[in-house]
Write a protein that binds this ligand. Structure first.
Ligand code: GDP
Ligand code: MG
Length: 163
């Protein structure tokens, strides 16, 4: 049985970079019908011999501050509800931000499984952020570089229980 994972987190942490790395060219067809939400994008992901459905959450980048929080919450809640596990991503170079804390609280309240990902962890610049992310209370972070493909074995190990 395959499982479904949703990548959630504030804009610019690297969600789509991870999505593209895991999905490659096998991106699901996008529904072009006007009014159909583009906020959630599914694809068939593969890490080694682990196959699963991954949902990228997007469309927040253009939102203005007044609508961002509400849209973020609605989109994230829908993705979490749909998924077996949430991949909650933070930017290890930026460290934990108030928006990250907000997401973490929302995720904790759902009571559903979360894998914490500290992305942009290549090199020394991400080290402090990785350590700081333990404080979110969502367990041990997977230190990742979605852009450079580092930490994929740890992500594999973290997702194996959901297969
Ligand atoms: P999203 O808004 O969360 O989907 O973020 P994107 O995937 O669009 O990435 C935002 C920016 O972060 C882009 O400029 C990426 O190239 C960059 N980025 C993504 N992953 C990494 C990473 O592992 N390391 C670094 N240094 N930059 C990254
Ligand atoms: Mg994106």
């Amino acid at each position: 049985m395959s499982f479904k994972a949703a990548i959630v987190g504030r804009p610019n942490v690297g969600k789509s970079t991870l999505f593209n790395r895991l999905v490659g060219s096998k991106i699901a067809l996008v529904d072009d019908t006007p009014g159909v939400t583009r906020d959630r994008r599914p694809g068939e992901a593969r890490i080694g011999d682990l196959h699963f459905t991954i949902i990228d959450t997007a469309g927040l980048e253009e939102a203005d501050a007044a609508t961002l929080e509400g849209r973020m919450r609605a989109q994230t809640e829908a993705a979490i509800a749909e998924a077996d596990v949430s991949l909650f991503m933070i930017d290890a170079r930026a460290g934990v931000t108030p928006a990250d804390e907000h997401f973490a609280e929302l995720l904790r309240r759902t009571g559903k499984p979360v894998v914490l990902i500290a992305n942009k962890a290549e090199g020394k610049a991400g080290e402090a952020g990785v350590l700081e992310s333990y404080g979110l209370g969502l367990g041990e972070p997977v230190a990742l570089s979605a852009e450079h493909g580092e930490g994929m074995a740890d992500l594999f190990a973290a997702l194996l229980p959901f297969e």
